[in-house]
Ligand binder design. Structure first.
Ligand code: TYM
Length: 332
């Protein structure tokens, strides 16, 4: 039987998801379910590479899982699970670490950024982070990985390490390709840096319509539009980029023409954007609340996902051990 090509992706449970996660990755995860065998993971072991509070990790894991489901990941078609429930990820990561030159890890942009942001905690896990990411993907022999632009370097690394494994021990893993969405880099409300929870420039998926409006209303637009009567350039406006993700072609034309002619003010444009955002985000938010009221449902889905995936991961590890010359040692 021809199996559908396999997709794998994951997000860290570092807090609630934001519209950058949604537009950059999650939306395409949902679409890919039609054509791929999809595996979506909450990568909790990755999240401990920065300091965290053990008392709320489980809650954050479940929050992210609810985000996947609310956005439209369908547990009937896709497997949803938590990384630490399948320990073979970390086992394969150890094997891959023996194929990885340290210098390569030190050159990763994300490592350099995070080392700067967490100067007092530059730990080995932060350095070897991409190795575990490569193992996440390879343990299921995944062929494609939908992510935002910031993960491209990590995927290049993943291709590199599986290529090395295949060369040294015989072809076992496909080289996973990157799938970028149509909004691979969503800027934050500051219009300068990538949207990110830690920078505080984000719009969270769980935020209410009022909260979203309180963030949109003062957000930066084209700096040329100081007064209501100043014409602007939509291409220089960060919120016009949001319009592109949420609004209809007709609204886009209205916003662009009104901005260039100063026929509309930025606040008019923001109100329209808010309205279109609500059309997509309000139902999602409702589903989030409904799932929050049924925590057992989410836990069952995660458990079923892990139960389906663990045998696949164990099979891959058995093949890896064979290739490495590590026998199956009896344990009794
Ligand atoms: P994480 O948790 O930082 O982000 C999750 C996903 O959201 C995308 N993303 C964005 N896309 C566009 N604009 C933004 N502002 C934005 N912010 C976040 C990210 O590109 C990502 O796709 N290392 C990964 C997690 C991971 C993983 C994996 C991913 C672990 N193992 C295996 C794929 C495959 C990460 O930190 O994502």
């Amino acid at each position: 039987m021809n199996r559908r090509p396999r997709v794998f992706s994951g997000m860290q449970p570092t807090g609630g998801l934001h519209i950058g996660n949604y537009l950059g990755a999650l939306k395409s995860w949902v679409e890919l379910q039609d054509d791929y065998d999809c595996i979506y993971c909450v990568v909790d072991y990755h999240a401990i590479t920065i300091e965290h509070d053990p008392r709320d990790l489980q809650a954050r894991i479940e929050l992210v899982a609810r985000g996947y489901l609310a956005a439209g990941v369908d547990p009937e078609r896709s497997a949803l699970f938590v990384q630490s429930a399948v320990p073979e990820h970390t086992e394969l990561a150890w094997v891959f670490s023996s194929l990885t030159p340290i210098g390569l890890l030190g050159r990763m942009t994300q490592f350099k950024d995070k080392s700067k942001d967490h100067e007092d905690n530059v730990n080995a896990g932060l350095l070897t982070y991409p190795i575990l990411q490569a193992a996440d993907i390879a343990i299921y022999k995944s062929e494609a990985v939908p992510v935002g632009e910031d993960q491209q370097q990590h995927l290049e690394f993943a291709r590199d390490v599986v290529r090395k494994f295949n060369l040294r021990y015989g072809g076992l893993f496909p080289e996973p390709r990157t799938i970028l969405s149509s909004a691979p880099k969503v800027l934050g409300l500051d219009g300068e840096r990538k949207m990110s929870k830690s920078l505080g420039n984000d719009i969270g998926l769980e935020e209410s319509a009022d909260e979203v409006w309180r963030k949109l209303a003062p957000a930066k637009t084209d700096p040329a539009r100081v007064r209501r009567t100043d014409p602007g350039d939509p291409e220089k406006c960060n919120l016009y980029r949001y319009h592109r993700c949420f609004s209809s072609e007709q609204t886009l034309q209205w916003a662009a023409a009104g901005c260039r002619s100063a026929g509309i003010g930025c606040l008019d444009c923001k109100r329209k954007l808010h309205q279109h955002m609500e059309e997509q985000l309000a139902p999602l938010r409702e589903r989030l609340l409904d799932l929050q009221a049924h925590p057992d449902r989410v836990r069952e889905i995660l458990a079923a996902g892990a139960a389906r995936l663990r045998p696949i991961a164990q099979q891959t590890m058995a093949e890896v051990r064979d290739r490495l010359g590590i026998p199956r040692w009896p344990t009794t």
